[in-house]
Design a protein around this ligand. Sequence first.
Ligand code: FAD
Length: 504
Amino acid sequence: MGTGTAVVWLRNDLRLSDNPALSAAAASYDTVAPVFVWSPDEAGAWSPGTASRSWLALSLASLFVDIGRLGGHLSILAGPTASALLGFARATGATVVYWNRRYEPALAALDAHVERRLAAAGVRVHVFAGSLLREPEALTTGSGSPYQVFTPFMNAGLRAAPVDPPIAAPSLLVSPHTLPTGLRPQDIAGTSRRSRPLGTSRSGLRPQDIAGTSRSGPDLSLMWSPGESGAARAAASFFGEIVDDYGENRNRPDRLGTSRLSPHIAFGEISSRTLLQQANAIVSCNGSCHISAGAEAFVRQLYWREFAYHILHHHPHTPERPLRNSFDVFPWSRDPGALEAWQSGMTGYPIVDAGMRELLATGWMHNRVRMLVASLLTKDLLLPWVDGARWFWERLADADLANNTFGWQWVAGCGADAAPYFRIFNPVLQGERFDPDGAYVKRWVPELEALPAAWVHRPWGAPSGVLASAGITLGREYPQPIVDHASARLRALAVYGSLRDIVK
Ligand SMILES: Cc1cc2nc3c(=O)[nH]c(=O)nc-3n(C[C@H](O)[C@H](O)[C@H](O)COP(=O)(O)OP(=O)(O)OC[C@H]3O[C@@H](n4cnc5c(N)ncnc54)[C@H](O)[C@@H]3O)c2cc1C
């Protein structure tokens, strides 16, 4: 154990368990100063949205308590980051800063800049890998290039050397006892926007100062438990009660069929290595013992996340531009009214509107429904996938640049291993298949509550007497469909088809 102080810069790894940077610092130094720097503008075009800010504030509040229980103190500072960290290192007497690597292009560039600034000031940096099962460079095709197709990528991952097991949380954290008064936010790098100290000599921003910067959004604390212990409970509930039927239920928005771990994972409150280890422990024994089918399907989802990071890392332009650059010439429409109807859940397609309203109310949307709403936007309405990605970014508590970019490009047909151009989800048939009783729609679109299940996914087809007794006049209580799906589909096929030769 070295004497002196190590700073641990926490970012999207808001946990104590399996946090390689934190554990390494705690094992090597007798004093550890964990710090979070709030500097949203430095994330460039993808600075955190409303729901992410709310989640972050709650998660930091939870981590603040957790670190305190181990005897340490989490400082929360205002950016700019490099100056804030330099000031913090000087004030704590630290000559070293530990952190876990990030992969988002603007954030990776910021980390490189911070590292240079610290190095120039004589502060060493130790970078660890804590977010993925394997680093995005770890798997390559036989010819040494990045993968473009998911299944070979996952198979390579399953064949590769086992993923390292998770690391235990430190049992004790000793932070510098008193942080100098100079460490109040307004004293760091001239940042004066938020200047309330924590109320102790260990000053900084409070978690709620971050929430206070968010625009209006749902109260996430009503439906979620952000923080490491909330993540652990969500994982325990998934592996205890949901995983057995995950393969069957994961496409059903009307059931509690998935883990709902995504915001916890996005903020690093639980690591994918921990989840992999827990999934691998769910075995079913029939003759011989092997990982259960539900757990195997879950591991596959973890690999989709790995693949999304692999793609983002190797193709850092993709948050703004399609992976398939031939799509740069795609003739997207512009229709602010249609975009607004989609954003507010007023398209007249019940399953789409239910999803968009679930997003507004909870900061989350079911994966099947994410695909349906994205298909309506990019194929039926021919609106740019980036507009959809930006709205999701603003409203998703699990907003994750790799997964969001990947998901949107997959549906729009312009990404890696993307849905073929002729796959255009039919929102009525999909609704009838995955929400057969209309329970999901009725939950989020209460105007349709009294409509019989047979019509709930296509109210415009219901006989007028049925609509009347359900208290609905289309165009008044609930909109007419924004577009006729059958003709929109033909239009999309024609547009996509005319580009087929170049978008292959
Ligand atoms: C258009 C679109 C946008 C999306 N945007 C995001 C986003 O911003 N953030 C995000 O985390 N996921 C995103 N996804 C992927 C997926 O919808 C969510 O991860 C999933 O719905 C989260 O719910 P869950 O935790 O219950 O998932 P589960 O089914 O329980 O899966 C477990 C975990 O695996 C990962 N995962 C699951 N499906 C995918 C997938 N298709 N791609 C990548 N990782 C996956 C997630 O980390 C998830 O929490 C998007 C998908 C689409 C189609």
